[in-house]
Design a protein around this ligand. Structure first.
Ligand SMILES: O=c1[nH]cnc2cc3nc(NCCN4CCOCC4)[nH]c3cc12
Ligand SMILES: [Zn+2]
Length: 370
């Protein structure tokens, strides 16, 4: 089953409160979704994810198709069982990874021919194949197969790519049978061109998907351009369906997205930078490996009450990174994910209490944003 309830829209912005109900549980929006590319949110157990308040996680069709392959996951009884996660899962359709990970790929009307980034073997994914793989994975929310066009790109290239993605979306919708257990989202493309975004949004809305992603953003464009295109695009999206901005996961991008009516977002950023020793705090990012933290016995962030902040000091976590101990990456990941998930909880509360823009202003001031 799938239901989206719009609970409240702000008076002074497009920020809104919602609730999604799926077979594996409810999701309060706006929501940040941790990314578990290869059936794991790196370094985290499912129990730890639940402890920090994760309501839904992402996994990638491309990666799981290559390893371990759909046969293994099918035998395991699907992705939820395989990875021991009983809450909602959303899977990306494979398009983005094909374009960002593999080389000498060839895009045809039929689908994309590419070489595996692991062993170079010839592979092919089509809209139908992507739906079949996601069906075997058993994720609650699945994405239409699309081309995330590069940035920058000509109007002509984006026009051609966006219209092919529309035809692929139609094929996905026609091929998707497991509608009671899996909900298919369309992905709106159109690059940085407002006329093409309008065409893509209107045609996607006419296909009547249960929810819509805004794709083709967070691909290296300046934040002002991302927010301008996003603001324009959400105006063409139905109020009563979830809006999912793909690939966004730093505090400013999340605030800007929520302000423009986005309900869901995902990104590898918090987990990726955590493994590299960059920690998110209310005063901005800190490089925990830096020697200045050698004998700093305070917690990572004095406003955070995550497991890491309640039990360990900056000095200890810096030591772990300094001697390359795996626990360092785990503790930083727990904190960074909690930081964003807790920030989204505060954002939901601020929408409920009609002080979202004030909360954003206070957060930006402390964080050091403009
Ligand atoms: O149009 C899209 N279609 C399907 N999946 C996507 C995933 C996407 N992910 C990003 N951006 C991710 C940028 N990351 C920021 C952090 O470092 C890794 C890359 N943009 C994306 C666009 C699409
Ligand atoms: Zn913390």
């Amino acid at each position: 089953m799938f239901k989206f309830e719009l609970l409240k829209t702000s008076k002074d912005s497009k920020a809104r409160l919602g609730k999604i109900t799926t077979n594996h549980g409810e999701i309060e929006t706006p929501i940040f979704m941790p990314v578990g590319t290869r059936a794991t949110v790196k370094t985290m157990t499912p129990e730890e994810l639940k402890d920090i308040g994760a309501q839904i996680i992402l996994s990638n069709t491309y990666h799981l198709f290559l390893r371990p392959g759909t046969e293994i996951i099918e035998k395991a009884g699907g992705l939820h069982k395989f990875m021991n996660w009983d809450k909602p899962i959303l899977t990306d359709s494979g398009g983005f990874q094909v374009f960002s990970l593999s080389d000498n790929r060839k895009i045809t009307e039929e689908g994309v021919h590419f070489r595996s980034h692991i062993d170079g073997s010839k592979m092919f994914i089509s809209p139908e194949k992507s739906i079949d793989i996601q069906n075997i994975l058993g994720s609650d929310i699945i994405m239409a197969f699309d081309e995330c066009a590069p940035y920058p790109a000509s109007h002509e290239y984006i026009d051609h790519s966006m219209r092919r993605t529309l035809r692929w979306a139609e094929r996905c919708k026609n091929h998707h049978k497991n509608v009671d257990n899996q909900t298919l989202f369309g992905i709106i493309q159109g690059g940085m061109y407002k006329d093409l975004r309008e065409i893509s949004a209107k045609e996607m809305v006419d296909m009547d998907f249960k929810g819509y992603s805004i794709g083709g953003l967070s691909v290296g464009e300046p934040i002002d351009l991302m927010t301008e295109i996003l603001d324009y695009t959400t105006d063409f999206m139905p109020e009563n369906k979830p809006r999912y901005l793909m690939g966004v996961g730093s505090p400013d991008y999340l605030f800007e997205a929520v302000e423009r009516g986005v309900d869901m977002a995902d990104c590898v950023l918090p987990t990726r930078i955590a493994r590299n020793g960059t920690v998110l705090t209310h005063q901005g990012r800190i490089p925990i490996k830096n020697a200045i933290y050698k004998d700093d016995f305070s917690r990572l962030d004095d406003e955070c009450d995550c497991y890491t902040c309640r039990n360990y000091s900056k000095a200890y976590i810096r030591h772990l990174f300094n001697v390359d101990e795996i626990l360092g990456m785990r503790l930083a990941t727990i904190h960074n994910l909690y930081f964003l998930i807790d920030m989204m909880k505060n954002i939901r509360e601020s929408i409920k209490g009609d002080y979202f823009l004030e909360y954003k202003k206070d957060f930006y001031k402390k964080y050091g944003y403009k």
